[in-house]
Write a protein that binds this ligand. Structure first.
Ligand SMILES: [Zn+2]
Length: 493
């Protein structure tokens, strides 16, 4: 009776892109089958956490592999067979592989390669040569893969350069080499068209509707990008294009800077924007605000309709006309109603006095000096600088493409987080506009706001604005006794 042998597996997540490799679970299943055919007991496997490349171009430490080598060297392996699914699973670094074979030989450990259906004895020269040849081949293959990755990554890193169709409002300038070859010098603001872009951003910031912006551009005979007439959608698409802020959307490991996927991160491009980053983000916040409704003509005529609610049923108040004058009324069931002017005047006064208050106004207007915002902006700038330096190192070949690919997603995620934080700390765009110029009285600026912008302010400043029933029918109660205002606590009043 021979003593039952014990085998231990080395499993790792495949980082190979060929797609034909097996997952650790599948490898384990194959190994277990082989072990049972051979009559071996399976011991605790060695496994890597996360995706780890075994190639010498990979950089992440491989704890499982290191543990395996350390255990073999210290005679703690505790088994007679090492199982690998294929020999290059062990290591693609020839030197490392040779060390592993030496340790196995020293401690009399056999190596079973499941995909070969074979058990090798590293002490036998013929077996050893076969295993070493495999490792040399694997290293050569992995070198070829790395070369391909290098080329792809170089293209990727260069994606901050303008490419593809020239965005509306920009022009590209080229230099001619003595041989007559055109070399891109850069992408620049086209002075003939850029003012149209600036106008569009200004108008959206002032909460002019997309429909009205398109109509004005059409009436002035300005052609839309690609010719033809402007539509609200064309205006919106243009305003959401980060190229105008000198930015582009980048998804880690992907080359194109064109797609506007949500999971991408905005990174600085090599060209200068037409509008400031701050303007771009303010406009984007306006356009992507979930509370924003497509404005239809006649919709935005009243300050509080569909914003204030009925205190009885939480349904919206809408405008109805009685004897020629408007009143807000519970749209669902008519629980409550009040003359329009009465409620409008009361709410306007409440908002303006709130902004005139000593605390609220400075806190919102001097947001540039808030230490929190300053440190958020510093943080964002630091991550941007770090990312740029990584790309420079990659271009100058001081960083390997695999190392770049490994850290890039994390850096982009940090950058997106920092950008979000800055935007959260900045006052909402509609308020920035209202509070914009402290030299002018708040009342003057309120009067100058279009109705859509005032409604936006109302939406922002109140968490809830509801109208209660009059205390007893027939008795007119003061409007202040009938309104319930819950101010938005997330604003830094
Ligand atoms: Zn109601």
């Amino acid at each position: 009776v021979t003593a039952k042998l014990t085998a231990r597996e080395y499993l790792r997540v495949s980082a190979d892109k060929s797609g034909t490799l097996r997952s650790p679970q599948e490898q384990h299943a194959d190994n277990a089958g082989a072990a049972s055919r051979e009559g071996w007991a399976l011991g605790e496997p060695y496994r890597e956490n996360g995706a780890v490349s075994a190639s010498r171009y990979g950089h992440k430490a491989r704890h499982g592999f290191d543990a395996l080598v350390t255990d073999l060297a210290a005679d703690r392996f505790g088994a007679q067979v090492l199982m690998l699914w294929e020999s290059s699973r062990g290591s693609r670094r020839v030197g490392e592989w040779a060390t592993l074979l030496d340790h196995c030989q020293d401690h009399g450990v056999l190596i079973h390669v499941t995909s070969h259906h074979r058990t090798y004895d590293p002490a036998r020269p013929r077996d050893r040569r076969t295993l070493m040849e495999d490792a040399v081949d694997a290293e050569y293959e992995s070198g070829k893969v790395s070369e391909r990755v290098t080329r792809a990554m170089a293209a990727n890193a260069a994606a901050g350069e303008p490419h593809g169709r020239v965005p509306y409002g920009f022009k590209r300038e080229y230099d001619l080499t003595p041989a007559g070859k055109r070399i891109l010098r850069g992408q620049f603001r086209d002075p003939a068209v850029a003012p149209v872009i600036e106008h569009i951003y200004d108008q959206i910031r002032e909460l002019v509707s997309l429909r009205a912006i398109a109509a004005t551009l059409n009436s002035e005979g300005i052609p839309a990008p690609g010719g033809g007439r402007w539509t609200p959608t064309a205006v919106r698409d243009l305003a959401l294009n980060p190229a105008y802020a000198g930015q582009r959307i980048h998804v880690a490991g992907r080359r194109s800077g064109h797609d506007r996927t949500k999971d991408g991160t905005l990174v600085k491009a090599t060209w200068k924007g037409i509008v400031s980053e701050e303007t771009f983000f303010a406009v984007r916040a306006i356009l992507t605000d979930p509370r924003r409704r497509t404005s239809r003509p006649g919709r935005d005529k009243h300050l509080l309709s569909m914003i204030a609610i009925c205190d009885v049923c939480d349904g919206p108040l809408s405008i109805r006309y009685r004897r020629g004058s408007g009143e807000y009324a519970c749209r669902n069931s008519g629980h409550v109603h009040i003359p329009q002017a009465e409620l409008d005047i009361y709410i306007e006064a409440a908002i303006l006095s709130r902004f005139r208050g000593k605390d609220a106004y400075p806190a919102m207007t001097t947001h540039d000096r808030s230490p929190e915002l300053q440190s958020a902006r510093d943080e964002k700038a630091a991550i941007e600088a770090h990312y740029l330096s990584m790309k420079r190192q990659l271009r100058e070949r001081r960083m390997t493409p695999e190392a770049f690919a490994e850290v890039e997603p994390g850096v982009l995620a940090d950058l997106a987080k920092a950008q979000k934080r800055v935007r959260e700390l900045e006052a909402p765009p509609a308020l920035q506009h209202l509070l914009g110029d402290p030299g002018e009285s708040i009342d003057t600026r309120w009067d100058a706001l279009p109705m859509a912008a005032r409604r936006e302010v109302v939406r922002i400043v109140f968490e809830r604005l509801s109208l209660k029933r009059a205390p007893s029918p027939g008795h007119r109660a003061h409007v202040g006794k009938r309104t319930d205002m819950v101010w938005n606590a997330r604003l830094r009043w």
